[in-house]
Design a protein around this ligand. Structure first.
Ligand code: NDP
Length: 288
């Protein structure tokens, strides 16, 4: 039986519609103009597209955005100085520095310079630590937060489920594993040194693939009825995008699956907006 398609595009549109209403209510009832600062260093074309999409999504939701572009040779000191100003600016609720950064800038130093309360990407070590403590005050990285929303919408039982996360990056794999653990799943994290990935996948009720290798997970590796979440975004030689999962064969075995594009990707942007609104509410002491 063909798998149910988990439509991230449709769910993202719904979330963004709800956020737009919240943003309007914050403005009209509380006089708060929600604002996100998006900083980009250099000319990386993919990053430029991502930033433009984020800024456009803000505008659609009624969130004010500051789109700040820095030349590729900007010093780390100059970038940190601007982040310090934005940290101190009470009219700015969220700060995002687009990754990757040029090699002469230390990524972790920059990410840790962002005020914890304004860290809408959830990449600050303090937010990662809070997440590991299952602290509701943690700002959760957008992609894993989006995956949790898709799983909740699909009615997937997490408690007691066997989950396999492929990938252990700080921005996707690790927070994903932490969220699933906090939700009561039994989580295995696989990575490039994992000896027998297929053996782990055969036991998994839920698979989250966040690797960056086109179609590496095939249907024959999956347990029948598994829920398959494909985070991977890979550009093929013909210019089209594909995920880390071989969609055609996996959809024959899985009970539910996210497409690429149109699955996790749109959820990431929706959760960035959600984190920004959450940050604004916390900074102003507003409970919705
Ligand atoms: P990273 O490159 O930081 O991490 C990739 C992970 O995959 C690493 O942990 C690596 O292991 C692991 N890995 C590599 N090869 C294998 C293998 N053969 N078997 C098992 N594991 C392997 O990538 P990100 O986490 O930043 O991103 C992962 C993917 O998700 C990319 O395609 C990216 O484009 C996409 N992405 C999509 C987003 C969205 O909105 N949909 C948002 C963010 C990312 P090791 O640690 O041992 O090196």
């Amino acid at each position: 039986m063909a798998a149910r398609v988990l439509d991230g595009k449709a769910r993202s549109a719904q979330v963004r519609g709800e956020i737009a209403k919240t943003v309007a209510a914050l403005r009209d009832k509380h006089g708060i103009e929600v604002c996100l600062a998006v900083l980009i260093v250099g000319e990386d074309p993919a990053s430029q597209v991502y930033v433009r999409n984020k800024v456009a999504a803000c505008e659609q939701a009624g969130i004010r955005s500051l789109h700040e572009r820095f030349a590729a040779d900007t010093t780390q000191q100059a970038l940190l100085a601007r982040i310090a100003e934005l940290n101190a600016d009470a009219s700015v609720h969220g700060i995002l520095v687009q990754l990757p950064l040029p090699a002469h800038i230390d990524r972790q130093t920059v990410l840790e310079a962002i005020a914890v309360a304004k860290d809408v990407d959830g990449f600050h070590a303090e937010n990662a630590g809070r997440l590991s403590h299952n602290d509701p005050a943690a700002m959760v990285a957008c992609t894993p937060r989006g995956v949790m929303d898709l799983l909740a919408q699909a009615g997937v039982t997490l408690q007691g489920a066997e989950a396999v996360v492929i990938g252990r990056s700080d921005i996707v794999g690790k927070p994903m594993a932490m969220l699933l653990t906090n939700a009561g799943a039994t989580v295995t994290v696989c990575h490039s040194k994992t000896r027998d990935l297929a053996a782990h996948l055969r036991r998994a009720d839920i698979v989250v693939a966040a690797v960056g290798k086109p179609r590496m997970v095939t249907g024959e590796m999956l347990k029948p009825g598994a829920v398959v979440i494909d985070v991977g975004i890979n550009r093929q030689p013909d210019g089209k995008l594909c995920g880390d999962v071989d969609y055609a064969s996996a959809a024959e075995v899985a009970s539910a699956i996210t497409p690429v594009p149109g699955g996790v990707g749109p959820m990431t942007i929706a959760m960035l907006l959600a984190n920004t609104v959450d940050a604004a509410c916390r900074q102003h002491g507003v409970t919705l």
